[in-house]
Design a protein around this ligand. Structure first.
Ligand code: PEP
Ligand code: MN
Length: 338
């Protein structure tokens, strides 16, 4: 339930409603809006009786929230969330380009790729230090050394970095180095990780589980917001289907649906969706045309020698073309269509 306060409601009136909500054993979450404050009623196990709050001074309206997710929903917050990392804005009206290798392999590799992608227009550098690999015999990432390399890349290029956290044990460490903490597809419903992410002061990029519905994905994001961290970026990266022509199937319809249901920014990872280089460009164009707020793309200067995901990694030259094309599409939609 959402209690909408009057434009002129005083802070005492707001406090009184908050106290009444908590006195009933629920959690109150004031949500400042452009004109007025709304107060979300959370953690109720069943329906909440609107009459309990209707008589309070300063209450303008009481709206039942129909969705299972609350804080991530547009019902709670109609205006788009913009996630800020230094001077970069992710969300409504902005196109965010994130690129880098699947895994950090060495300082030289990371810096070479970072410089290429930055020149092409990437604003944020990606690279895994802790890698969730299907086989225990595959390259598992450089761990702490990888994080230190990411810090060097940030120092040398000025680009913020995004990297994946795999477990609670390494959360503090990853949090110290990352500007954006990535929760991968295999961990989308790792609830203890989500709760820890909710306590973080760093933005979280939450990838969609490879077999998750959008409700499940948004409920996972709800854990993070419920913990107090409102800076969540959703990332559609393809879901498992029966096809063999791509590694996953990029669910393009997730973009308009998520944008309708939630105020959170949504970006697309065409690399893990495709699994093969030749599909990355067309999927990127389609994602931006479909309303994504940005792209996260794997790029490698020598994909044949990459220690992971070389087959889906673009050559730097291809990434440059990709940036040019998707920027043109984004600007066209912004100016001509809306
Ligand atoms: C990644 O981005 O490095 C990654 C492992 O992606 P996903 O979790 O989507 O498979
Ligand atoms: Mn990868």
């Amino acid at each position: 339930m959402l209690i909408v306060m009057d434009k002129n409601a005083t802070s005492d009136q707001i406090d009184a409603v908050v106290a009444a909500i908590e006195q009933k054993g629920y959690k109150a979450r004031p949500i400042p809006g452009g004109e007025r404050v709304s107060i979300g009623v959370l953690h109720n196990k069943g329906p909440v009786d609107a009459a309990l709050f209707a008589g309070f001074a300063g209450v303008r309206d009481i709206i039942p929230v129909t969705r299972p997710y609350k804080l991530v929903s547009r019902e709670f917050k109609p205006d788009d969330t913009i996630v800020r990392i230094e001077d970069i804005e992710i969300g409504n009206g902005h196109l965010t380009m994130i690129a880098g290798p699947c895994a950090i392999e060495s300082l030289e590799q990371a810096l070479t790729i970072a410089r290429h992608v930055q020149q092409s227009g990437a604003q944020i550098f990606r690279g895994g230090a802790f890698k969730p690999r299907t086989s225990p015999y595959s390259f598992q990432g450089l761990g702490l050394e990888g994080l230190e390399i990411l810090a060097r890349v940030r120092e040398e290029t000025g680009m913020p970095v995004v990297t994946e956290v795999m477990d609670l044990e390494t959360f503090d460490l990853v949090e110290k180095y990352a500007d954006i903490i990535q929760i991968g597809t295999r961990n989308m419903q790792n609830f203890s990780l989500l709760r820890r992410a909710g306590q973080s002061h760093k933005p979280i990029m939450l990838k969609r589980g490879m077999a998750a519905t959008i409700d499940e994905w948004l409920m996972a994001a709800e854990y993070i917001l419920d913990g107090g961290n409102e800076n969540v970026i959703l990332c559609e990266r393809g879901v498992r289907t029966f096809v063999h022509h791509s590694r996953n199937t990029l669910d393009l319809s997730a973009i308009p649906y998520v944008r309708h249901e939630s105020h959170l920014p949504i970006i697309v990872d065409p690399s893990h969706a495709a699994g093969r280089r030749d599909q990355v460009m067309p999927l990127s164009r389609a994602a931006i045309a479909g309303g994504a707020h940005g792209l996260m793309v794997e790029v490698h200067h020598a994909p044949d020698q990459a220690l992971s995901d070389g087959a889906q990694s673009l050559y730097p030259q291809q990434y440059e073309t990709l940036c040019r094309e998707v920027k043109a599409i984004f600007n066209l939609l912004k100016t001509d269509i809306g």
